[in-house]
Every structure is written in C-alpha cells, then in structure tokens.
Design a protein around this ligand. Structure first.
Ligand SMILES: [Zn+2]
Length: 282
C-alpha cells in the first residue's frame, strides 16, 4: 500500500513516528501550517515556523524516504490575535517556494469577523498564486461552519476543484459532496472519525474527490490511521485499486494542481516497500 497523508502535523510528532510511517507505506505527506498550542506573540515566530515547515521538516522526513510538502497560512485561531495580523504580509513570500503546495489551513475557528476577513484574504492569495486551498472546518458548530465556509469559497472566485473542505464527518459530508470541492476527513483514534466510519462514508459517497488524513495534531492522534483506513477498506470489500485511489492518487491529483509535486523517486520506493510489506506481513 502506498500512502500520501494529505494533512499531518509532523512538527508535533517524534522521529519514531516517521520510522513507523515509512514502514507502513507512507511515502509523502503534506504538513499544513497551524496553531502551535502556545499563542505566538509576534510575526517573527511565524517566520521561523514557516521556515521549519519548508526546511527542517522535509529534512527529517527525507531521512525516512518520505517526501514532505507544506501548506502556508495564518491559521483561523490566531487570525483573532491582532499581533499576528502582519503574518498576512509574510505569507505571499512562502507561497512562491517549491515545497509549498497550497494555502492553508484557513477557514473558521469561532467564526468571528476577524476570521471572515483573514479567510477571504487568504483565498484571494490562493487565487493570485495559482495554488489550491485547504479549508479547516470548526470543531464546534460544524454544520454552520461548513455552510459558511462553502459560501465564502463560492464568493472567492477560486475553482471549487482547487479547494478541500477538511475535517468532515457524517453530518457535513452531504453539504460538500455536490459543490465540486474536495472532501477531507481526519481519522482519530477515539473521537470524531474512525477508520470504520470512514469506510461507511466511502461506501455511501464513493471514492471520487475523497482525501483521508491522520491530522496528528495536539490531541490524541495516530499517524498510521491512513494505513488502518486502507486496511478497513480492504476488509469491507474495496479492491486495492480503490484503496490506492483514496490513499495515493487522490492527494496526488489535488496537490498536483500546485505543479510542485515531484514523487517519481518515492513512488518507486512505494511499490518496492508495498511488495516487501506484503511478503513480510509487516
Ligand atoms: Zn490540521
């Protein structure tokens, strides 16, 4: 199984996680810029963080044969802090970097006027830079947040095919399915979305424009839940081509819109590793 995790915060993970992911078939990841837990008090700490996302993390990942890409943005939560507003002036510089494949995570946390403003401004940046956008939906009041996000995306002028609406669940998937946007699902160990619930959604809505990620943020999370979802798909009767579509070809197609993916060398390793995993049962 070759796996591209389209949304995983490796900054919050250990080297052992990289090793386990590589052994599980993970060959590429996208790490979205997000909230670091401790509030940042100046734009300068964003510069250092963004530099780590395009420098240090790709180096860490590369030691395990994993290709690492990033998405860059001012996250929705810190959009509310006036001290962080000048980050919007830093973002365009990063959107020109080779390792940056989308604008994100953007969207809503508490749906404040400040978030409205920052969300719309960053969708405009995606449009101007010819990049896709990764839209986070809020954990509280998710239905309202998803509806409102879709309305803002529709107003932005971005092609819906260049937008993923992420952290969806059974309640919100139907709101997005017919909009032309991509559908993102974060799988967690014991809350929100599980591999089995994900398989039920894939049965009902199909595999087209579906992206499955392990998020791996500050809450309890597991960077191998992409693999577990693939296994649950196989156990439920999906074939290996459908698993490959969801776990590899879909993220390649979505982030490939940036024209910045270069996966030839890792895709070969993926085939090789997939074979050895099958032989060794690892
Ligand atoms: Zn995230």
């Amino acid at each position: 199984m070759r796996i591209f995790d389209p949304h995983i915060h490796m900054t919050s993970r250990t080297t052992d996680d990289y090793a386990a992911m590589a052994a599980a078939g993970v060959r590429a990841v996208v790490e979205p810029a997000f909230w670091l837990g401790q509030p940042r008090t100046s734009a300068g700490s964003f510069t250092d963080y963004f530099d780590a996302l395009i420098g240090w993390e790709p180096f860490r990942a590369g030691q395990f044969g994993i290709r690492h890409y990033a998405t860059i943005a001012l996250n929705p939560k810190e959009a509310n802090d006036p001290r962080c507003r000048e980050v919007l002036d830093l973002v365009p510089r990063y959107l020109d970097k080779d390792g940056v494949v989308a604008v994100g995570e953007i969207g809503y946390d508490a749906m404040t006027p400040a978030e409205d403003e920052v969300f719309a401004a960053q969708l405009a940046l995606a449009l101007a830079h010819g990049l896709p956008a990764l839209v986070h939906t809020p954990h509280r009041d998710k239905v309202t947040g998803t509806r409102r996000s879709l309305a803002v995306v529709a107003e932005s002028g971005l092609d819906p095919a260049a937008v993923v609406i992420d952290h969806l669940n059974e309640v919100t998937v139907g709101l997005v399915r017919d909009t032309g946007c991509w559908l993102g699902f974060s799988i967690y160990p014991d809350t929100k979305m599980s591999p089995e619930r994900m398989v039920a959604i894939l049965r009902e809505y199909g595999t087209e424009r579906m992206l499955v990620n392990s998020a791996a943020d500050w809450g309890r999370s597991d960077p191998l839940l992409t693999l577990r979802t693939g296994e649950a798909m196989l156990a439920a009767g999906f074939d290996s081509d459908e698993v490959d579509r969801v776990l590899w070809r879909n993220p390649v197609e979505f982030y490939g819109q940036s024209q910045r993916l270069d996966l030839d060398s890792v895709a070969e390793q993926a085939t090789y590793a997939g074979n050895s995993i099958m032989r060794g049962g690892a």
